[in-house]
Design a protein around this ligand. Structure first.
Ligand SMILES: C#C[C@@H]1N[C@@H](C)[C@@H](O)[C@H]1O
Length: 437
């Protein structure tokens, strides 16, 4: 192995209570909200086909025009209690809010920047009321923070000369101050979700990102921070130059999921997912495929079955309301979670051989294993193959608490016969197993 000062400082997952809590929650809500919701992917009658929150980088959008948008940001319909109630009914147990995206606009009245909510017609802090409302609804809050800051005069993508290096140092202090300010203002938050750490200026200063992570942990012990913050001293990101994960969980699963348990290498991990193919901030015209409730449920269940968390993104409008599609998704997901959420919360990899009909999930630390069925075979018979010395002693569908009588096939294999061969929602079956000595 390579001797590293600023690589991973831990092998294996964190075992403390704060990380166990994060792991148990399994289902989160991402919220991308900021000035980009005002144009909503459109400008001067033209449609920006990129991600709406990147519209400032579009050649048709003059930077000075974008940078004036704050003068009209006035979310008069913002109702954090409604936001939290929607998330609660959807079954989300944590929420990640963009405090500042790449454009540098701060949703809180930071004393280190003029480019904040304080300069808008709204004037008031948006983060505090949001965090309070979500916490009151029993939902943890994590803060998204972009290191890239297109608005800050000292931000440099790369450091080419002494002037750049001096600016870079000032910018690093600015980042450190803003993060300490967020922890001081919002002491109940549980973690940071860093983004925008791919530029050379950040990648080439692994020491700073390492020291920053330790500084934040010293201010707020137990903080959960993913692998995207860090670089090691050789510029390796997420995994250090010895292939060891930095940070508390693998944070690279953006709009994609691991295929098998081998893909996650035993690490904690989290996937973040958009509803359209690639829109995080509000875009007036969603084009292409928009994911359905059942597609999202399968991503959530697959993530949990592979020991990961799943976070679904919402992009509120500039006025503070959610678009109809997102409201309908939240309601549909919530309807299923109300009956079947016990298979998701505290869910872990069951250690059973994957079957075509769907996914196994083991409730952490118990013998309870759930089958979440997405593909009912034509035969209607679900094959359940158990590990050696494990016996199936019972099974019941959560919906209606219907008992299923396992048909023993031989060795550790059984069939479970579903009463019907069609359903428009995933079917969850709780297995009772006993593992012999
Ligand atoms: C690229 C990129 C960013 N990372 C996602 C989480 C969104 O914030 C997107 O703008």
């Amino acid at each position: 192995t390579i001797a590293l000062q600023h690589g991973a400082h831990r092998t294996g997952n964190r075992t403390d209570a704060d990380m166990a809590r994060w792991r148990s929650l399994r289902f989160g809500q991402f919220i991308h909200w900021g000035l980009y919701a005002i144009p909503g992917g459109e400008w001067n009658g033209k449609t920006y086909n990129g991600a709406a929150e990147w519209i400032r980088s579009w050649k048709e959008m003059p930077h000075e025009e974008y940078d004036k948008l704050y003068r009209q940001f006035n979310p008069v319909n913002f109702n954090p209690q409604q936001w939290a109630a929607q998330a609660k009914s959807m079954g989300a147990k944590y929420m990640i809010i963009t405090t500042k995206h790449h454009d540098g606009f701060c949703l809180w009245p930071s004393k280190y920047s003029k480019y904040t909510i304080a300069a808008t017609p709204w004037k008031k802090d948006l983060l505090g009321p949001m965090i309070d409302a979500y916490n009151k609804a029993g939902i943890d809050v994590h803060l998204y923070f972009s290191i890239i800051d297109w608005n800050h005069p000292d931000y440099r993508a790369s450091l080419k000369n002494a002037a750049d290096s001096a600016a870079g140092k000032r910018f690093q202090l600015f980042v450190k101050n803003q993060l300490a300010e967020l922890l001081q203002r919002y002491p109940t938050i549980k973690g940071f979700w860093f983004d925008g750490t791919w530029d050379d200026s950040w990648k080439n200063d692994g020491a700073f990102s390492d020291e920053l992570e330790q500084y934040l942990q010293s201010l707020h012990p137990g903080l959960v921070m993913g692998s995207r913050l860090r670089a090691d001293e050789k510029g390796a990101r997420h995994f250090d130059s010895n292939g060891r994960l930095m940070g508390d969980y693998e944070q690279g699963w953006e709009r994609k999921l691991p295929a098998t348990i081998e893909d996650v290498h035993g690490n904690d991990w989290e996937a973040v997912m958009t509803v359209p193919e690639n829109q995080w901030g509000y875009h007036a015209k969603w084009t292409g495929h928009v994911k359905t409730v059942n597609e999202i449920l399968e991503m959530l269940v697959k993530s949990v079955s592979l020991n990961g968390n799943f976070v679904l993104n919402f992009g509120p409008k500039a006025d503070g309301t959610f678009r109809t599609e997102e409201q309908q998704l939240a309601a549909g997901i919530g309807q299923w979670m109300k009956v079947n959420g016990e298979a998701v919360y505290n869910g872990t990899y069951a250690g059973f051989e994957k079957q075509d009909w769907g996914y196994y999930i083991r409730k952490a630390g118990t013998d309870s294993v759930y089958m979440v069925v997405f593909n009912i075979p034509v035969s209607g018979s679900l094959r359940v193959k158990l590990p050696a010395r494990t016996e199936l002693t019972g099974a019941s569908m959560l919906l209606g608490n219907t008992t299923l009588t396992p048909e023993w096939i031989g060795r550790n294999e059984y069939f479970l016969h579903l009463p019907g061969k069609t359903t428009d929602s995933p079917v969850v079956i709780l297995l009772k197993t006993v593992t012999g000595e």
